[in-house]
Design a protein around this ligand. Structure first.
Ligand SMILES: C[S@@+](CC[C@H](N)C(=O)[O-])C[C@H]1O[C@@H](n2cnc3c(N)ncnc32)[C@H](O)[C@@H]1O
Length: 153
């Protein structure tokens, strides 16, 4: 799992009894031998950023594929904004990402959808239901994020 920045939100995986490890997403098997049912990757740079000949992107898809159980899924959360020139230069578009996935023949695309208009810091226990509704409905039209769900072939 590519995690949210805990310092920013004051939340730590250990608060929820989850063990956290720092590993290289381009070679997950080198750090962890056990296979996974699913992988959640939020804003993971090697998936989003351009690399020479897509090399780093491809290594990361292959690395996730290698450690997933059959039919295991990858849930990718990506920024939907590439408004600046430097942003477009650095980040792949959704279309470019899906073209890499398609060419590798390692995953089938299960679903792609838009999500989120509310900054996560606005969420609290009391407003979570209404903000969640807004993120899925209004965020579906003017999103901050794309969600991509892949399944291992
Ligand atoms: C845009 S930040 C997103 C941080 C966090 N996931 C979030 O959504 O707030 C990109 C993250 O990708 C991580 N990253 C870059 N290269 C990586 C690699 N090879 N393996 C694992 N993580 C990597 C960086 O350390 C950074 O935390």
């Amino acid at each position: 799992m590519a995690q949210e920045n805990p310092r920013r939100y004051g939340i730590y995986f250990s608060d929820y009894g989850v063990k956290a490890l720092k590993i290289d997403a381009t070679d997950i098997a080198a750090s962890i031998g056990t296979p996974f049912d699913n992988i959640y990757a939020q804003g993971l740079s090697p998936l989003m950023e351009r690399s020479e000949g897509d090399a780093r992107n491809r290594m990361t898809y292959a690395s996730m594929h290698a450690v997933l159980r059959p039919k295991g899924r990858v849930i990718m959360v990506q920024s939907a904004y590439r408004t600046s020139k430097s942003g477009r230069k650095l980040y792949l578009s959704l279309r470019e990402q899906l073209a890499i996935v398609d060419s590798m023949k390692l995953f089938q695309v299960v679903k792609v959808f838009n999500h989120m208009i509310i900054p996560p810091g606005f969420y609290s226990y009391y407003n979570r239901r209404i903000l969640n509704w807004i993120d899925f409905n209004i965020g579906g039209v003017i999103p901050f994020r794309h969600i991509i769900i892949l399944e291992k072939i």
